[in-house]
Structure formats: structure tokens, C-alpha cells
Ligand binder design. Structure first.
Ligand code: NAG
Ligand code: NAG
Ligand code: NAG
Ligand code: NAG
Ligand code: NAG
Ligand code: NAG
Ligand code: NAG
Ligand code: NAG
Ligand code: NAG
Ligand code: NAG
Ligand code: NAG
Ligand code: NAG
Ligand code: CU
Length: 577
């Protein structure tokens, strides 16, 4: 049993079963109290912002089909929003959360009630703050089990547990980020990685209870829900001497895939089966970063937790757990093998076939760049060429609006908040992944825009994400709000429509909400825009998001009540006081 995350959440009510012939849905209602918490991780007391006094915050446990109501009380000193990462938010967009995209923040002292249904997905998602970098400590798991009368398409696990990978600073991440953005540089790297909030044995923490422990019964099979909640790091994850069978990613079932290593970008979840079939003893679970960019600073330490079999007899000597050998930090072939070999489970009750015709065909470059140092009192910034570090999609470097959210502007027909001119193609054709272009001054500057891509309700959208080598090549975990997408193909170099489209898996592609676009390469996604609203799409590395690696899909109303965005709830946070 997880020491810190297995809260029973709220209460479950059977609905009046009058008209329901299918299994009844329930209501999960609870509250989040977001406030200061003093914790000690690396020999130092640190005030963090946390939900209900725990790190990670409480796990939201629901059954598929349940209605969720979360009353969020912001008792922190910061503006706050909560995003329910991976939840479709069908016709409940006002609850999606990204600050100034769907809502204005909940001010300190304020509250807002998020209401949504968790329908059509089973597995593991998570919630996190979507305002500044508060998500460094404001995060928790969402566990979605099959509704009554349904079951998993795999062996019934004996027990389930959640493994949340996180990142820890011996300082206030908000202050670090503010200072870096003011100077146009990257923020200081973190001091530790964590599993369920604890750095583990490889970090000096001056205290014994520094590690998460999972006790297992020999012979039993466990469902582990692994979540990457880190800000800026992708991870390799292993358990010594144990293979894992992937059965789901991002709350979508996959065909069983046996592996000894799991690779997760920030935002991604992976459900694995683990059978306790090794000799009694202690085994480390361990994670360290997958670093695809060359020449950048990173923390190369390993975070650990312990998988513990019952000891036969009382041992007088301390047993040292067995440590798995993790792939090298830059082991891109291992990362690519893992993420390209996953396939979707077409027999899942939630599976729908891949749409064969495409209405919106986009090629979108993603990567870094620079923006002008001006706009502050500084004439010299800390980025390359004394400019500010920036990032963009199709050379539009996304800037959040400040007066109202894009969704509200869409709903109220307010002009001047955003433009709907996000391009379908890169404005400039060049050799995108050629590193000889990395510091080409003619290519690097990227203008700030608040531009979105408008699409018709229910249209099929295909996006080829094309990494660029500008500033440097790197794997970017791209996250789409509001939808799952199919990952049709991935590869290295510049996408070639003639040859690469032949590699599309239109039969059983993996379905997910976040895809790590291979370093110096591309990935093709497809989804049906069957949910009206404004859906953020962005890199889930928090260092790249405020630099502008984002845009949004504005999905128009469909003309029927069931395809029209409802009005915002009465307590929707106001933007101005
Ligand atoms: C919360 O912590 C911040 C930062 O340490 C501090 O400025 C603030 O006064 C604290 N607020 C409360 C209510 O304790
Ligand atoms: C958070 O704390 C509040 C107040 O103690 C409690 O009512 C609520 O149930 C807690 N929420 C969760 C998800 O544990
Ligand atoms: C959510 O589910 C409830 C029933 O549990 C239903 O009354 C409500 O209309 C649903 N909301 C949306 C936005 O679909
Ligand atoms: C793990 O799986 C690999 C093949 O995927 C196999 O070679 C290896 O023996 C397995 N290890 C264990 C401990 O089962
Ligand atoms: C491990 O972390 C410490 C700080 O906690 C740092 O000094 C050290 O360089 C790190 N080691 C590696 C290999 O990154
Ligand atoms: C896994 O991916 C690698 C790299 O794309 C490929 O070479 C290999 O054949 C794949 N294996 C399976 C079992 O699909
Ligand atoms: C610029 O400097 C002036 C005078 O020192 C100060 O009042 C102002 O706040 C500064 N502006 C910014 C954006 O730092
Ligand atoms: C800005 O960044 C540069 C390069 O990292 C550094 O030398 C400089 O001290 C920074 N300035 C401030 C005000 O932080
Ligand atoms: C926004 O404009 C549309 C179409 O022009 C109209 O149907 C709708 O009522 C307007 N909404 C508001 C809130 O004014
Ligand atoms: C991006 O736009 C800027 C400003 O128009 C231009 O200088 C630059 O060449 C463009 N870069 C790319 C990669 O399109
Ligand atoms: C969306 O399009 C698909 C395929 O054309 C169609 O089957 C479905 O009924 C449409 N859905 C809505 C809500 O219009
Ligand atoms: C909090 O949000 C409001 C807009 O809703 C904004 O005016 C204010 O500046 C924000 N405060 C901070 C500290 O960002
Ligand atoms: Cu997200």
C-alpha cells in the first residue's frame, strides 16, 4: 500500500437506476486545499505549495463513467489552476485548466469547482497545476478503473500501485523560473528526482525514511501505474531483475509489450504488469534521465524506490537492494524502440478505428529559437547571441493572453485576444534537422504570437511534428489537451511524405495524449476534433512552454446542442478584480 498516495477519495453514489440499463455511473466529489507545506528532502527545509499537505497530492480514484467534482481552495500565495491531464473534458472545457488558455487563474484566497465526467478511458492519468511552474509540487495521480461489470483486458492484478516520478529543487522553482525568464536563460536544473515524492538512496537526504517501498507477495502480479510528473526530464525506468509488461499508456489500452525498461516523457503514463517471480530479497526500482540534447546541463543522479519481498528470517546484516543497470543517458535507440513498438488494443471497448480521410493536413516544425532581448531594462540577455531563449511551432512563438482566456474570448466573440492564423505549413522551408543550421542567425529569431488553428467540428486533423535543429536537436514531448491521438509513425531526419506516409500504422497505432517526438526527427499524429472548444497543444518540458513551444486548436461548435460549448459555470474565475 502506498504510504502517501492511497487516499480514498470522496464518496461514490449509485445514480437512480430508473432509466439506466447499463452499469450505473457514480459521483466522486472531493476538495483540494492548496497551501504552503514545509518538507525536508535533501537535508534542507523547504516551503512548497502542495495539495492537502502531501507530496505527491492525493490520488483521485474513479471508475470509468463517473462524474468528478473537485472543489479547489487556493490558500497558496500564487495564482493557480489545475489541469486534469488526459481527461477529454467533453463539453466541460471550462474545467480543463491551462491558465489563460481556458481560464483565468484562481487567485490566492479564491476557489473554483472543477466538474467533469471521466468517460471512455481506463487506466492512469494525473492532475497537475497549469500555472507558472507550480506543478513541480502540485500534482497527483488519477486512477480510472473499469466501471462495474467491466474488467481489464488482462490478468486481474493482485494489487495496484502508483509510481510517480518527480523532480525536486532545493529552492523555490517559481523564483528560479521567474529569474531565468527575466534574463532570457534556462532555469537552474533540479537537485533531485523523486519516486512518490522521495529521492531515494542515491541522494544524500540526512534522514532514513527517504525512500518509497513497495512490499510484494511472491508469485503475485501487480499493476504499476507509472507517471512522469517531472518538469523537464524524460526518464528511463527499470526494476532490477524484473521484466515489465506494458498494458496501457495515457489511459488507453495497448497490446501487451514485454520490456525491461520503460521510457516516459513528462506528461506520459505507462501501466505495466509486474510479476513477483524472483528470489526473495530487495530490488531497486530506479529512474534516471533520458537526455536527447547534446551539450546541456543535467542532473545525472538516479532516483530509487524499493521492491521488497518478505524476508525468510530476521537478518542481522543490512541487505543492499540490487540496482538495475539503466541505459546510458543518451541511449536514443532504446528510447525509440520502446516508444515506437507500442500498439493500441483494437478489442478495447474504447477503441475506434483510425479515420481514413484527413480534413486538415498540417506539417508543424517544433523547436527552439530566440526572441529579442528588448522589452525590459536589459539590453543584454543571457541567451545565445545575448538574446532571449525562445521556442516555437511553425515559427510562431506562443504568448499567453493576459486579459482573458482564449476560450472565453471564443465563447463571448471578443476580438483582440488571439488570432486564428496559425499556419498549416512552416513559413520557411529549410533543412530542418541539419545541425549546420543550428546557429544560423537568419533562421533563429521567432516572433511572439497568440495564434491558434481553427478547425471545423468533427474534422479529422493530421499533424506531422517536425523537430528542427535550431539551437539544438532534442526530443520534445508534445501534449494535446482534450483528445487522444493516434501515433501513425515516427522517424528520424526530415519527414518525407512520399516514403514516410507508407509507414503509417492505420490498423492498431498507439493512442495517447503525449508523444515524445524523436530527437532530430518527426512523429505523425491523427485525431478527430469531435469536441468544441480551445485545446492547448504544447511541449510538456516546462522549460520550453513559456518560451513559446505551444499553440491551440480552436474546434468550432457543431450546430447541435450536443456539439456546442456550454456557457461557463457561475463560479468561473474572473480575470480582473
Ligand atoms: C507561504 O510561503 C511563502 C513563501 O515561503 C510565504 O511568503 C508566505 O507568507 C507563506 N504563506 C503562509 C500563509 O504561510
Ligand atoms: C483534502 O482535505 C480536505 C480537508 O481536510 C478533505 O475534506 C478532502 O477530502 C481531502 N481531499 C482528498 C482528495 O483527500
Ligand atoms: C456527466 O454525467 C452526468 C451523469 O453522471 C450527466 O448528467 C452530465 O450531463 C454529464 N456531463 C457532461 C458534460 O457530459
Ligand atoms: C526479460 O525479457 C527479455 C526479452 O524481452 C528476456 O530476454 C529476458 O530473459 C527477460 N528477463 C526476465 C528476468 O524475465
Ligand atoms: C548528483 O547530485 C548532486 C547534487 O545533489 C550533484 O552535486 C552531482 O553532480 C550529481 N551527480 C551527477 C552524476 O549528476
Ligand atoms: C521495435 O522497434 C525497433 C526500432 O524501431 C525495431 O527495429 C524492432 O523491430 C521493433 N520490435 C518489435 C518487436 O516491434
Ligand atoms: C526599469 O527600470 C525602472 C527604473 O529603474 C523601473 O522603475 C522599472 O520597473 C524597470 N522595468 C522593468 C521591466 O524592469
Ligand atoms: C543572465 O545570464 C547570463 C548568462 O547565463 C549571466 O552571465 C548573467 O549573470 C545573468 N544575469 C542576470 C541578471 O541574472
Ligand atoms: C458569437 O457569435 C456567434 C456567431 O456570430 C453567435 O451565434 C453567438 O450568439 C455569439 N455569442 C455571444 C456570446 O455573443
Ligand atoms: C521566423 O520569422 C522570423 C521573423 O519573420 C524570420 O527572421 C526567421 O527567418 C523565421 N525563421 C524560420 C525558421 O522560419
Ligand atoms: C463525426 O464523423 C464521423 C465520420 O464521418 C461520423 O461517423 C460521426 O457520426 C460524426 N459525429 C458527429 C457527432 O457528428
Ligand atoms: C494573477 O492573475 C491575475 C489575472 O487573473 C493577474 O492580474 C495578476 O497579475 C496575477 N498575479 C500574478 C502574481 O501573476
Ligand atoms: Cu498537460
Amino acid at each position: 500500500m502506498a504510504a502517501n498516495s492511497m487516499f480514498a477519495v470522496g464518496f461514490v453514489l449509485a445514480l437512480f437506476s430508473l432509466s439506466l440499463s447499463t452499469a450505473s455511473a457514480g459521483i466522486v466529489e472531493t476538495s483540494f486545499h492548496v497551501k504552503n507545506l514545509t518538507v525536508n528532502r535533501l537535508c534542507k527545509n523547504q516551503v512548497i505549495t502542495a495539495v492537502n499537505g502531501s507530496l505527491p497530492g492525493p490520488t483521485l480514484k474513479v471508475k470509468e463513467g463517473d462524474a468528478v467534482i473537485v472543489h479547489v481552495f487556493n490558500k497558496s500565495p500564487y495564482n493557480l489552476t489545475i489541469h486534469w491531464h488526459g481527461v477529454f473534458q467533453k463539453l466541460s472545457q471550462w474545467a480543463d485548466g491551462p491558465e489563460f488558455v481556458t481560464q483565468c487563474p484562481i487567485r490566492p484566497g479564491g476557489k473554483y469547482t472543477y466538474r467533469f465526467n471521466l468517460t471512455g478511458q481506463v487506466g492512469t492519468l494525473w492532475w497537475h497545476a497549469h500555472s507558472s511552474v507550480l506543478r513541480a509540487t502540485v500534482y497527483g495521480a488519477i486512477v480510472i478503473r473499469p466501471r462495474d461489470g467491466h474488467k481489464y483486458p488482462f490478468i486481474k492484478p493482485y494489487r495496484e500501485d502508483t509510481i510517480m516520478l518527480g523532480e525536486w529543487w532545493n529552492a523555490n522553482p517559481i523564483d528560479i523560473t521567474k529569474a531565468a525568464l527575466a534574463n532570457g536563460t534556462a532555469p537552474a536544473i533540479s537537485d533531485a528526482f523523486t519516486i512518490n515524492g522521495w529521492p531515494g538512496d542515491m541522494f544524500n537526504s540526512c534522514r532514513p525514511s527517504n525512500i518509497y517501498k513497495l512490499d510484494v507477495v511472491p508469485g503475485k502480479t501487480y499493476l504499476l501505474r507509472i507517471i512522469n510528473a517531472a518538469l523537464d526530464n524524460q526518464f528511463f525506468f527499470k526494476i532490477a531483475n524484473h521484466n515489465l509488461t506494458v498494458v496501457g499508456v495515457d489511459a488507453a489500452y495497448t497490446n501487451p509489450y514485454e520490456t525491461d525498461v520503460v521510457v516516459l516523457g513528462p506528461g506520459q503514463t505507462t501501466d505495466v504488469l509486474l510479476t513477483a517471480n524472483q528470489s526473495p530479497g530487495l530490488y531497486y526500482m530506479a529512474a534516471h534521465p533520458y537526455v536527447s540534447a547534446a551539450g546541456i546541463l543535467f542532473n545525472g543522479n538516479t532516483t530509487t524506490a524499493i521492491l521488497a519481498y518478505p524476508q525468510k528470517k530476521k537478518k542481522t546484516t543490512k541487505t543492499t537492494p540490487i540496482l538495475p543497470v539503466l541505459p546510458a543517458f543518451n541511449d536514443t535507440p532504446t528510447a525509440f524502440t520502446f516508444s515506437s513498438n507500442l500498439t493500441g488494443l483494437v478489442t478495447s471497448p474504447f477503441w475506434s478505428p483510425v479515420p481514413r480521410t484527413v480534413d486538415e493536413n498540417m506539417l508543424v516544425t517544433i523547436g527552439l529559437g530566440l526572441s529579442a532581448c528588448g522589452g525590459s531594462n536589459q539590453t543584454v540577455c543571457g541567451g545565445i547571441f545575448n538574446q532571449r531563449m525562445a521556442a516555437s511551432m511553425n515559427n510562431h512563438s506562443f504568448a499567453l493572453p493576459t486579459s482573458m482566456s482564449i476560450l472565453e474570448a471564443f465563447f463571448r466573440n471578443v476580438s483582440g485576444v488571439y488570432t486564428a492564423d496559425f499556419p498549416d505549413q512552416p513559413p520557411l522551408v529549410f533543412d530542418y534537422t541539419n545541425t549546420s543550421n543550428s546557429f544560423n542567425p537568419g533562421l533563429l529569431m521567432t516572433p511572439k504570437r497568440t495564434s491558434v488553428k481553427k478547425v471545423k467540428f468533427n474534422s479529422t486533423v493530421q499533424v506531422v511534428f517536425q523537430n528542427t535543429a535550431l539551437v539544438g536537436i532534442e526530443n520534445h514531448p508534445m501534449h494535446l489537451h482534450g483528445f487522444n491521438f493516434y501515433v501513425l509513425a515516427q522517424g528520424f531526419g526530415n519527414y518525407n511524405p512520399a516514403t514516410d506516409s507508407k509507414k503509417f500504422n492505420l490498423v492498431n497505432p498507439q493512442e495517447r495524449n503525449t508523444i515524445g517526438v524523436p530527437v532530430g526527427g518527426w512523429a505523425v499524429i491523427r485525431f478527430r476534433a469531435n469536441n468544441p472548444g480551445v485545446w492547448f497543444i504544447h511541449c510538456h518540458l516546462d522549460v520550453h512552454l513559456p518560451w513559446g513551444l505551444a499553440t491551440a486548436f480552436l474546434v468550432e461548435n457543431g450546430g447541435t446542442p450536443e456539439s456546442t460549448l456550454p456557457p461557463p459555470p457561475a463560479d468561473f474565475p474572473k480575470c480582473s478584480s
